[in-house]
Design a protein around this ligand. Sequence first.
Ligand SMILES: *Cc1c(COP(=O)(O)O)cnc(C)c1O
Length: 368
Amino acid sequence: MTSTPALPYVPRVTASVDLSAIAHNVARVRELAPTSKLMAAIKADAYGHGAVPVARTLVAAGADALAVACLEEALVLRDAGIAAPITLLEGVLSLGEAELAAAKQLQIVVHAPWQLDVLLQLPASLPLQVWFKLDSGMHRLGFALDAVPTLTAALGSRPAWQLQGWITHLACADEVDNSMTTEQIARFEQALRGIDGARSIANSAGLIAWPQARVDWVRPGLMLYGASPMPDRCGADLGLRAAMRVESRLIAIHQLNAGDTVGYGASFRASEPMRIGVVAVGYADGVHRILPTGAPVLVQGQRVPIIGRVSMDMITIDLRSLPQAAVNDAVLLWGEGLPVEEVAKWAGTLAYELFCGLTNRVHLLHCS
Ligand SMILES: *Cc1c(COP(=O)(O)O)cnc(C)c1O
């Protein structure tokens, strides 16, 4: 998304981010995990919310560290003058990246033997801040649990390295009845018995649903933006405030006759005379094309359904219940009043994907 300075017009589609909601959500994390340090996940441009302003807000609100997926994301933050600790969650992909990460004082997650080999090619005297990631059962990233002695030996051979801690990641933390989470935590703690170093286990779902995952460091992402990782609950249920509102507006209104069809594929057919609206937003902005007839948008504070197919630049909506709707009315796609979790469910996905799917045609605005 593009972050826009003051414009002489209202942009067609806006994603407005209320930074005070993010600060509120940091306070909520602190309430849940008062003795843990907070590493705030701001990968993928802060889940579409704008990495630099979100990072500044998080640091001002007391986050202890920031986390991004990769070097490029960290460099954007450093180039913007953000000096806070930044962790590379996937570590480095090459020796060149490792050198730059060290020069920029980035904390490097090491998740695989080949990455350790890359770091060991750097001069031994070079200070590196490393996290070791262990695979406690997710089988995506991380060393096998029995690699702990190898890792502590590597650390012993590099006195200049500073161990930030040990990380693992939970596969099923959003399922409150799934015993996998307690098994993963037990395996992780067991593998590290007697070993020095901070521990970090929980993403948002781990932090919310599993008190035993609130260890030295917590690593929430989604909840900082006010969305819930738990199925069937929205952010407000968890004491969170939604930070983002995505809005467009009505650019045409039509009266259909019974039998008229709407849009590509003529997939919607009016069963009676009806008024419909055309909204200037489509899948090229990040409104998923899979959203079916019936999925809601908000006009004048009232839910009205999408009808027919989502197209690249437009959607069509049923205005039968809203006779007072007029061209230029704002249309909310998600945000306070229409939870992103609910829209995500209509699209068969999660809030994560809606946030990250906003495109650079959407104007990102920040207020505090
Ligand atoms: C993205 C990420 C997080 C944050 O996850 P949320 O579900 O958004 O809270 C935590 N840890 C790791 C390793 C991640 O990649």
